[in-house]
Ligand binder design. Sequence first.
Ligand code: G16
Length: 542
Amino acid sequence: MIVTKTTRPIADQKPGTSGLRKTTSVFQQPRYLENFVQSIWNGIGGIQGKTLVLGGDGRYFCQEAAQIILKMAAASGARKVIVGESGLLSTPAASHLIRLHGADGGIILSASHNPGGIDGDFGVKFNTANGGPAPESVTDAIFRASETLSEYQTLNTPDLDLGALGTVMLAQTEIVVVDPVADYAALMESLFDFDAIAALIAGGFRLCFDAMHAVTGPYAREILVRRLGAPETALRNATPLPDFGGGHPDPNPVWAHDLMETMMRADAPDFGAASDGDGDRNMIVGRGIYVTPSDSLAVIAANAQLAPGYADGLAGVARSMPSSAALDRVAAARGLECHVTPTGWKFFGNLLDAGRATLCGEESAGTGSDHIREKDGLWAVVMWLNILARRRMSVADVMAAHWREFGRNYYSRHDYENVATDAANGLITDLRARLDKLAGETHGALTVATAEDFSYADPVDGSVTRNQGLQITFAEGARLVLRLSGTGTSGATLRVYMDCFVPGPEGLDRDPQQALADVILACDRLTGMKDRLGRDGPDVVT
Ligand code: G16
């Protein structure tokens, strides 16, 4: 029985870098989730007769949210909702299902790498029919709809059993509960040389995958253990938990420190990897060597043809602006189109759809290709395994050979988390106001060559996105980028990205923080950051 409930607009429902992300307690407020979901329906012109995909990363409140959304979808006349068993779907698997079934879109319940639980974060992302995150034109329409909302529709029915595969009717809507893993695993098998990887593993190659108690555990078990023959002991934290075991499911050296410790030992496995809350991010580590996401992207660009799905080469490549230019060097050497976009996977969508890019990546641990329209953590892991299986080299040797061929972009990101919003905004605003005059100024050992507030003109649809981060290049071949995070839920997070290029053959083996010391100093001189933020140093260095 359809019921119409009266509501009124909630002011803070503007989607950020990746959907609407708030603390769990905000989402649990009466009408909060319902308002946003109805705003999605209204913002996309209704869902009457449409097919949607629904799933989430299993964090606290996912189950309740899935039930609310199913009832709202049925009340608004959706034809079909394809939902992962127990409400689980990784973000890449959801993207794949949208494309596989020709669905009109999908809803993913996740706050990605942010901690979960009653005191953690929750989020709702809407993806469009291409399987990718809604572009800004769509998220703007959803936000506008949220500003005038006066009612929402739902059903007055008991919850569905999402623990059993199969189809049930909810009013006139077909609810199809699917295995969250099977189609995704088949997709991976179609792209990569599973025989070569299985032979590598059978030959004694040891790997360790840390699912961080997030969604990728079941996916890793099916792909790495059942299909590729790794022992069950190769998996860590492979049971999804609503609070991620109290951890921070962000695959980087700080939050995946247990894996890092294992991989830095003399008797470490040959290969280590981790993924985040919803399975779209990845971390790659070799014995004794951490591979930065920007380097990983460049290595994949240089070696992708070793995987059957990419044997014909790449149409083009793309990276987010704050990512290092390591990718650009491979693209230049191989004659590939190379695009530089703002932060946010949604900006790759048009390039992928138009066949202008096959491979995309971001410094924030996201890598992926045109097989879906999201970044894909396990895809990157299996791609690396494919490369290692074909090249028969260690991760450290692959990196050394890559830097010898292309030179090395030393790279680091410093995050200042939960700083006062006014202080962070003030720092960015003041620096932005000085950009025009910075060229020629010397700060420590470095001289500013160019300074800009990054804007992106999408080459496919012509849309222009401004104010996407302050980018300062130095005559000495270094670069500094400052921007405010769009995914935090309390205060502001200031991200400082630094890179410097060393052509080699000398100087390819330095500690990144030391190699970047001049940029770190120049950043403080340029911005007065320590004083303005009242911090001695960053909270997270990756
Ligand atoms: C999200 C987006 C990514 C983006 C990242 C940046 O990642 O999907 O495309 O690079 O945010 O976050 P911030 O604005 O905090 O720098 P995820 O994995 O959280 O969905």
